[in-house]
Design a protein around this ligand. Structure first.
Ligand code: GLU
Length: 425
């Protein structure tokens, strides 16, 4: 094989839309999906590109490019986060939007799927610049979002503050406060208790189910987490509290290993104080790429896409791969992991705790009645356990791996709704 074809194939492997489509096509084929519905679901309903002028602090104007892709509204308003990053592409947002459709269907909540992104480097922008960019992005999308249309939420590099600005901008245009237009808001302006930790909690719930299946107990289960943002840090904190042994944390600012378990609470406080994981005294510094393939029971990639690929999947040594991020494993790596009999908890199930609690937030906003955190967590557990069981049962019944089972389950639910609604002409 020439270098040129090699690089093309790696490029293809790492393209999120290819990753999404490869699994979708395989699952659709196994389901014997009607060809017409197959075509409908292969393409997003709507793709928006906006160019956002922003007055920067230095007095100059800058123009940022933003996307919002609405993949499906068959099962309800489209739902999905907004990410800010320098390398966001339309192809990535397109894949992430489809993943949201499947994710909402796997946990059986009444939403379709969408995703947004703005090409920018939020770490190099001031709060004022971020606020102006967020507000203008929201204004550009005004006609296309809303509680009954499309409901954004946080994702990579966006947070409760970003959601508060979106809610406020939308409300100013509507001339009334509309809290249900976004989820992941601060609690005092219509946010839900438990939302901040929800993705991490959901990961713990499905890991609890997976270790039961494999005959392990939390105390004897060694976990390595990649990423220490909202998802990684909360899953590590909650799982450490529940007795799991967190032996490794992989992060851009430093990677740590301690075979006896890291005190995650102390690490969190250390990061708060020093702004980095590097130098934490109670663990050894480790090489991030090596730590990803270090022996453990559960590996949780909770950072970005394409971490487990055809290049390193054969060296992965976990029993369970719990995908906290969206798309951390490429389609080519799937087969390698299946051959190694790794129990994969696919992203569209594993990290669905976030959007499930977003659903609770949307319900609470529309009711104007807010639940106790224990109620939120209980409802989350009920939904995540049921979805885990549905996926595992589907995998066994159809003799496919967990990821394809999750896609099949989701596609089947969405296709059923499309058939029931019919096609408007
Ligand atoms: N961005 C999160 C995800 O990828 C949350 C989406 C939401 O709550 O709508 O699932």
């Amino acid at each position: 094989m020439t270098t040129a074809t090699k690089s093309v194939s790696l490029e293809q492997e790492l393209n999120p839309t290819e990753a999404q489509t490869a699994r979708f096509d395989l699952a659709a084929q196994k389901l014997n999906l009607d060809e017409g519905i197959w075509k409908v679901l292969r393409y997003p309903t709507r793709e928006l590109i906006v160019h956002i002028p922003v007055a920067m602090d230095n007095g100059k104007l800058e123009v940022f490019t933003g996307f919002r892709v609405q993949h499906s509204i068959a099962r309800g308003p489209s739902k999905g986060g907004i990410r800010y990053a320098p390398d966001v592409t339309l192809d990535e947002v397109r894949a992430l939007a489809a993943w949201m459709t499947w994710k909402c269907a796997v946990v059986n909540i009444p939403f379709g799927g969408a995703k947004g992104g703005v090409i920018c480097d939020p770490h190099k922008m001031s709060i004022g610049e971020l606020e102006r960019m967020t507000r203008r992005y929201t204004a550009e999308l005004f006609e296309f979002i809303g509680p009954e249309k499309d409901v954004p939420a946080p994702d990579v590099n966006t947070n409760e503050q970003t959601m508060a600005w979106i809610m406020d901008t939308y409300s100013m245009h509507m001339r009334q406060t509309v809290t249900a237009v976004v989820t992941g808001k601060p609690i005092n302006i219509g946010g839900s208790r438990g939302r901040r930790e929800a993705t991490g909690r959901g990961i713990m719930i499905v890991c609890d189910e997976a270790i039961k299946k494999l005959g392990l107990r939390p105390e004897s289960t060694r976990v390595i987490v990649q990423g220490f943002g909202n998802v990684g840090s909360n899953s590590a904190l909650l799982m450490a509290q529940a007795g799991y042994k967190i032996i490794g944390i992989i992060e851009v600012t430093g990677s740590l290993y301690n075979k006896n378990g890291i005190d995650v609470k102390a690490l969190s406080a250390y990061r708060q104080k020093h702004g980095t994981l590097a130098g934490f005294p109670e663990a050894e510094a480790a090489d991030p790429a090596e730590l990803l393939v270090t022996d453990c029971d559960i590996l949780i990639p909770a950072a970005t896409e394409n971490q487990i690929t055809s290049r390193n999947a054969d060296r992965v040594k976990c029993k369970i791969l719990a995908e906290g991020a969206n798309g951390p494993t490429t389609a080519s790596a799937d087969e390698i992991l299946a051959d190694k009999r790794v129990f994969v908890i696919p992203d569209i199930l594993c990290n669905a705790g976030g959007v499930t609690t977003s659903y609770f937030e949307w319900v609470q906003d529309r009711q104007g009645y807010f639940w106790k955190e224990s109620v939120v967590n209980e409802q989350l557990e009920t939904i995540m356990v049921a979805a885990f069981e549905d996926v595992v049962r589907f995998a066994e019944a159809h003799a496919v791996n967990n990821r394809i089972a999750a896609y099949m389950l989701a596609i089947d639910r969405v296709a059923y709704t499309i058939r029931q609604r019919g096609i408007y002409a």
